[in-house]
Design a protein around this ligand. Structure first.
Ligand SMILES: CC(C)(COP(=O)(O)OP(=O)(O)OC[C@H]1O[C@@H](n2cnc3c(N)ncnc32)[C@H](O)[C@@H]1OP(=O)(O)O)[C@@H](O)C(=O)NCCC(=O)NCCS
Length: 170
């Protein structure tokens, strides 16, 4: 398991970023129960943007261990731990779309109390390195247009808008 330490000047408490891949599936399963509340919080947050952007009402969705572990088949999770507790999550996936090899980022989340301390950036840069090691040249993700803080975060780590999803209600 790769463990990284965020520069302690950036965060008051010690932060370790745990890396989970298909090579340490059992460790991922072991940490999953500690992540459920965090994933639910992320989903609740994203659901709010989704409802407003798509103008639909939809139910919350509860994560399952099976769903979580499937994320390891072609990808990885980075989990920042503060004081032994998960403070966020990044899920990356190595995809191959029409011959182009992407690093897809599916989830980036830092608990509100730990935001703006460099944890998101540290996870993102580590994900980029892992993508490079897997021969990826392009990093791809989707963000809600009505989530400007996330857009600013992605721009701060060097991403640019490339495609706009258009939605309408029928
Ligand atoms: C987006 C998110 C992951 C950023 O994580 P973070 O650990 O707070 O980000 P960092 O501290 O590494 O910020 C890096 C840079 O991004 C930019 N940034 C991050 N959050 C920002 C905000 N709320 N407003 C403006 N800029 C922001 C800044 O340039 C920041 O650098 P600075 O603090 O030196 O100014 C976090 O805010 C989050 O979990 N948001 C809710 C979930 C979400 O919307 N995720 C994206 C889903 S697509």
């Amino acid at each position: 398991m790769v463990i990284r330490r965020v520069n302690p000047r950036m965060v008051k408490e010690e932060v370790e970023i745990l890396t989970f891949t298909a090579d340490n599936r059992d460790a991922a399963k072991a940490i999953y129960p500690k992540l459920v509340a965090l994933i639910k919080e992320f989903n609740k947050d994203q659901l709010m943007y989704f409802r407003k952007a798509f103008k639909v009402d939809t139910d919350d969705w509860s994560p399952t261990e099976n769903w979580f572990v499937t994320g390891l088949d072609n990808g990885f999770y980075l989990i920042p731990m503060v004081g032994g507790r998960p403070a966020g999550m990044l899920n990356g996936e190595f995809s191959n779309d029409g011959g182009v090899k992407y690093l897809d980022i599916n989830t980036v989340f830092v608990l509100p109390q730990y935001q703006r301390r460099g944890i998101g950036r540290t996870m993102f840069l580590q994900a980029k390195e892992m993508g490079k090691a897997e021969g990826r040249e392009i990093i791809f993700l989707t963000v809600y247009a009505n989530n400007p803080n996330a857009v600013k975060f992605y721009e701060s780590v060097g991403l640019r808008p490339a495609r706009i999803n258009m939605v309408g209600n029928i």
